[in-house]
Design a protein around this ligand. Structure first.
Ligand code: NAP
Length: 293
């Protein structure tokens, strides 16, 4: 299995000693669901969640994306229970900038007090002294909104100065905000909504690649409603692969700075997604896939 993941290659976060396999795992889907409240409460199958995380790491996944507002607290606590003491090469990337309302809503939380409390929640629930990478998650469910991010980013930079955070990333940001942020602190990754059918960040991906900054798409498979497209299904059938594998392989081929973090609560889906690391999409099929956007 280690060979499988190696085919997708590795990426070293800019200015750091942290190297990850480009095929990672997004832990959000591990939290439960309660009626309309998504990513809420404990998972239906706690043992299954533990088993999935352990198999992910055994398979070579060393980049796990999480947040303390998944559950809330649940996902981080599952990660700690399943994986602590953590392998030396595991990079856990978390995010701060939101909290959950009593009815499952997602509430922006970017005041100094909120951000500081969120960093400490992550440290406590993950059982860590220092967080490897923390993304400042800016408000907006799926799309960023323009506006200065200097104030909240300065708080995160202060947490870094205090030694609680090793590296800083951004999530749900515009190109302009990335430029502003880079004047304030070194940025190692950007996590925005991006996939085969949602390509507003094409130019941003290219610019970040030039500067060695990772681009980590959220909703790489389309999110809560996975991608559906006859073109995607046709290409998958021709390659003897599944549509989800093609969607991930497309991202891996799109740019060397793209790191994928597909989310799943299913061990079978995890295994299927991992095999995308071995899939090569020929140029003529890449052109067909371009028509999906
Ligand atoms: N920064 C942000 O604002 C933000 C926002 C959203 C997500 N994220 C991060 O990005 C990660 C990825 O996003 P995501 O999990 O929301 O969406 P995603 O990876 O695009 O898709 C997850 C959905 O696809 C399904 N799925 C996964 N593999 C599948 C397969 N092989 N076949 C069929 N269905 C499959 C999952 O259901 P099953 O569980 O049934 O497999 C789930 O419903 C998250 O886990 C989280 O860490 C960040």
């Amino acid at each position: 299995m280690l060979q499988q993941i190696n085919l997708a290659g590795t990426f070293t976060f800019r200015g750091s000693s942290l190297t990850v396999n480009r095929m990672g795992y997004g832990a959000m889907q591990l939290a439960g669901k309660d009626g309309d409240k998504l990513v809420w409460g404990p998972p239906r199958d706690v043992d299954g969640a533990n088993a999935l995380l352990r198999e992910a790491v055994a398979s070579g996944v060393n980049h796990i994306d999480t947040a303390d507002f998944y559950g809330p607290h649940v996902t981080n606590q599952i990660i700690r229970k399943a994986l602590s003491p953590y392998p030396d090469d595991l990079v856990i990337v978390t995010k701060i900038g939101a909290r959950r309302g009593p009815h499952g809503s997602w509430i922006p939380a970017i005041s100094p007090e909120d951000l500081t409390a969120a960093a400490h929640d992550n440290l406590r629930n993950l059982g860590l002294d220092v967080l490897d990478v923390v993304n400042l998650r800016l408000p907006g469910i799926h799309e960023p909104a323009e506006g200065s991010i200097e104030a909240p980013l300065t708080v995160l930079a202060d947490l870094q100065q205090k030694g609680l955070v090793l590296h800083i990333g951004l999530s749900n940001v515009t190109h302009t905000q990335v430029k502003e942020a880079r004047q304030i602190a070194p940025i190692v990754c950007v996590q925005n909504h991006y996939n085969l059918a949602h390509r507003a960040d094409d130019d941003l991906v290219a610019d970040l690649a030039t500067d060695g900054i990772a681009y980590v798409p959220f909703f790489p498979l389309g999110g809560f409603t996975p991608l559906q497209s006859s073109t995607l299904s046709d290409v998958a059938a021709q390659l003897g692969a599944t549509p989800m594998q093609v969607a991930l392989a497309w991202l891996l081929q799109r740019s060397p700075n793209i790191l994928v973090i597909p989310g799943t609560s299913s061990l079978n889906h995890f295994r299927e997604n991992l095999r995308a690391a071995t899939l090569e999409i020929p140029a003529e099929m890449l052109a067909q896939l371009d028509s999906i956007q």
